[in-house]
Design a protein around this ligand. Structure first.
Ligand code: SF4
Ligand code: SF4
Length: 273
């Protein structure tokens, strides 16, 4: 029966317990035939990437866990079929004996998940904690996650999650068919604050409408009691944004989330005559 990882980015607090647990499980521990010991520096078989998004004061931090994607059609297996194999449960293993001396394998993974161990002269990566899975236990990273952001189990039990999931690198998904499925991967946000500088007040309850100039999609929000408005998880796009509030002239501005999240800053409304 095939196994799968589910990573719900929205539940991750960035505590890095998983990253540390991977070190705890693999540094100085020989889990042959699945893996030789991981060095204590220079390798992260499980890594939490932190990304600061937006512009002050509208800033969010996203945490994305990266690990071997245990691809069904694994480029690393194609590069070294004699040294990399897939177990019946789908976990992809770099055989520490057969891969000895194959430095080029570290370059074969498009996800950067394989590391070169100079001391042992072997390429290494996440095994999905195969030694624990075989003992009926979850991978250590999954076990220590305090928020349930990491899950591991039978594919069949995750059918709903997998149907709703995305791949870490969507453009590679069809070719590699990863077994690590992501929920709530960060998109962009578009935000700002609506103000009346003349009155030295924020404008609460303003209707904010964002038109995606690439697709025509229209999103609606309302400024809150602090004048703030947010559009979360929007695509990378160009936007035309309309601001309407009772007693004010309608204002239309353009903004882009093509390259990054966008804080439009203070948007001043002017009182209608
Ligand atoms: S993520 Fe990289 S190392 Fe893991 S199975 Fe896919 S190609 Fe191989
Ligand atoms: S242990 Fe869980 S919450 Fe903490 S960084 Fe890892 S995935 Fe995120």
């Amino acid at each position: 029966m095939g196994k799968a990882f589910i990573i719900d980015v929205a539940k991750c607090s960035g505590c890095r317990n998983c990253q540390i647990a991977c070190k705890d499980e693999h540094v100085d521990n020989d889990w042959s035939p699945w893996a030789k010991p991981q060095p204590d520096t220079g390798q992260f078989w499980c890594r939490v990437d932190e990304k600061v998004r937006g512009q002050v004061p509208k800033v969010k931090i996203s945490y994305t866990v990266r690990m071997c994607q245990h691809c069904e059609d694994a480029p690393c297996m194609a590069a070294a079929p004699d040294a990399v194999y897939r177990r019946d449960d789908g976990l992809v293993i770099v055989d520490p004996e057969k891969a000895k001396g194959k430095r080029e394998l570290a370059e074969a993974c498009p996800y950067g998940a394989i590391f070169w161990n100079e001391e042992l002269a072997i390429p290494q990566k996440c095994t999905g904690c195969a030694h624990l899975v075989d003992a009926g236990e979850p991978p250590h990273c999954v076990d220590v996650c305090p928020h349930g952001a990491l899950r591991f189990g039978d594919e069949e039990d995750f059918a709903a999650e997998i149907a709703a999931a995305e791949a870490l690198v969507p453009e590679r998904a069809a070719a590699d068919r990863p077994r690590v499925h992501y929920l709530n991967l960060p998109k962009r946000f578009l935000a700002g604050v609506v103000v009346d500088l003349e009155a030295d007040e924020v404008v609460a309850g303003a209707k904010v409408t964002a038109e995606n100039l690439d697709t025509g999609e229209v999103l609606a929000a309302e400024s809150d009691g602090f004048g703030d408005f947010w559009f979360h998880q929007v695509p990378a796009a160009s936007w035309r944004v309309y601001f309407e509030a009772d007693g004010y002239l309608t204002r239309v501005l353009e903004a882009s989330t093509v390259d990054e999240d966008r804080n439009m800053g203070p948007v001043e409304l002017f009182a209608a005559e």
